[in-house]
Design a protein around this ligand. Structure first.
Ligand SMILES: O=C(O)CCC(=O)C1=CC=C[C@@H](O)[C@@H]1C(=O)O
Ligand SMILES: [Mg+2]
Length: 321
C-alpha cells in the first residue's frame, strides 16, 4: 500500500537576509512524504525566490499531480520542474534506501560582513580551514582588503568568495589589486566575479585568481568545459533538478578535473541535512557550501548536528492532501 502527504511550511528568517536586493522575511516550502510497505521517504520542495524559475504555486501543482498518480500505483515521470524533481527524487531515494545516512556536516562558514566573527569561527574549526565570504556588497577595495587581511592572519585558511556577478571588469581589478599575489592561490575560487562569463574568464586570466561558476550553470547555453582559470562549479540541487541530474553534473565536473561543490539554496534543516548526505555520497573530498541554517529562526523535523535553533515537529506543518 502506498500513501502520500504533502505538507506546506513557513519559517521566519533572520532580520537581515537579503537576496537579489529583496528582503526574504520567510522561507516557504513544501515537503513530500511517501510511505510504502512500512518504509518512508521525505523530500523538500522549496523554490528560492529570485533564483528558481518556478513559483511555489507552480511547484505545488506539479507535485500534487505526481503524488496522486504515484499513490494510485503508477510510476509517473518526474514533472521536469527543478525543485519538484529534486524533492521527489530525494523522497524516492530515502524510500529505496539509496540515500545513505553518512553526511558531510563540515559546511564552509559563510560570512557576509564582519571579518571578526569569522576569526572566532575559524579558530574553533578542526582540520582544513575553509570559509566563504560574500563580496560585491560593499566597495571592491574593501572586499580586497578583507580577503587579504584574513589570508595574512590565518596562514592555513583557504577562502571561497562569491561576487554574484556584481563587478564590472574595473571593479574586479580594484578588488584583485588589494590581494597580495602571494596569497592569491589560497583563494580556492571566486564565484562569478563579473556580469558576463567572458569578463569573468578574463579576470581569472589576468589576476591568477581561480573562478567558479554558479549562476552560469542555470543558463541554457552553459556547457561543462575545462577553461583556464576555472576551478570549480557550485551545484545547487534545489535549482538543478533530480538527484540523477545532480549526480550527472558532479560527474561531468569531476571528469574535467573541476571541483564540484554541493551548495544550499537556503533549504530548511530537513533539506540541508539531505544535502549534507548527498555531498558525502557524491563529493566526499569537498567541503560543501551549506552554512545557511542560521539565517533561519527554526529547524524543521530533522536537526543539523550541533545547531542550537529550536526544531519544530510535524504539528508546525500544514497537510495539503
Ligand atoms: O554556497 C554556500 O556556501 C552557501 C549558499 C550561498 O552562498 C547562496 C545560497 C543561495 C543564494 C545565494 O545568495 C548564495 C549564492 O549566491 O551562492
Ligand atoms: Mg554563488
Amino acid at each position: 500500500m502506498r500513501s502520500v502527504q504533502i505538507y506546506r511550511w513557513q519559517i521566519p528568517m533572520d532580520a537581515g537576509v537579503v537576496l537579489r536586493e529583496r528582503r526574504l522575511k520567510t522561507r516557504d516550502g513544501l515537503f513530500v512524504y511517501l510511505q510504502h510497505d512500512g518504509r518512508e521517504g521525505w523530500g523538500e520542495i522549496s523554490p528560492l525566490p529570485g533564483f528558481s524559475h518556478e513559483s511555489l504555486e507552480d511547484a505545488e501543482a506539479a507535485l500534487r499531480a505526481w503524488c496522486i498518480a504515484w499513490r494510485d500505483g503508477e510510476e509517473p515521470l518526474l514533472p521536469g520542474v527543478a525543485s519538484v524533481d529534486f524533492g521527489i527524487s530525494c523522497a524516492l531515494a530515502e524510500l529505496a534506501g539509496l540515500l545513505p545516512d553518512a553526511a558531510n556536516y563540515r559546511a564552509a562558514p559563510l560570512c557576509t560582513g564582519d571579518p571578526d566573527e569569522l576569526f572566532a569561527v575559524l579558530a574553533a574549526m578542526p582540520g582544513e580551514k575553509v570559509a566563504k565570504i560574500k563580496v560585491g556588497l560593499y566597495e571592491a577595495v574593501r572586499d580586497g582588503m578583507v580577503a587579504n587581511l584574513l589570508l595574512e592572519a590565518i596562514p592555513d585558511l583557504r577562502l571561497r568568495l562569491d561576487a554574484n556577478r556584481a563587478w564590472t571588469p574595473l571593479k574586479a581589478q580594484q578588488f584583485a589589486k588589494y590581494v597580495n599575489p602571494a596569497y592569491r592561490d589560497r583563494i580556492a575560487f571566486l564565484e562569478e566575479p563579473c556580469k558576463t562569463r567572458a569578463d569573468s574568464l578574463a579576470f581569472a586570466r589576468e589576476t591568477g585568481i581561480a573562478i567558479a561558476w554558479d549562476e552560469s550553470l542555470r543558463e541554457d547555453d552553459f556547457e561543462f568545459a575545462a577553461e583556464p582559470g576555472v576551478r570549480a562549479v557550485v551545484i545547487k540541487p534545489m535549482l538543478t533538478g533530480s538527484l540523477a541530474k545532480v549526480h550527472e553534473q558532479v560527474n561531468a565536473a569531476h571528469a574535467l578535473g573541476l571541483t564540484a561543490v554541493i551548495s544550499s539554496s537556503i533549504e530548511s534543516s530537513l533539506g540541508l541535512t539531505q544535502l549534507a548526505r548527498i555531498a558525502a555520497q557524491y563529493t566526499p573530498d569537498t567541503v560543501p557550501g551549506l552554512d545557511t541554517l542560521n539565517l533561519m529562526q527554526a529547524q524543521l523535523l530533522r536537526t543539523w548536528p550541533g545547531n542550537a535553533l529550536p526544531c519544530l515537529g510535524r504539528e508546525a506543518l500544514e497537510p495539503l492532501l
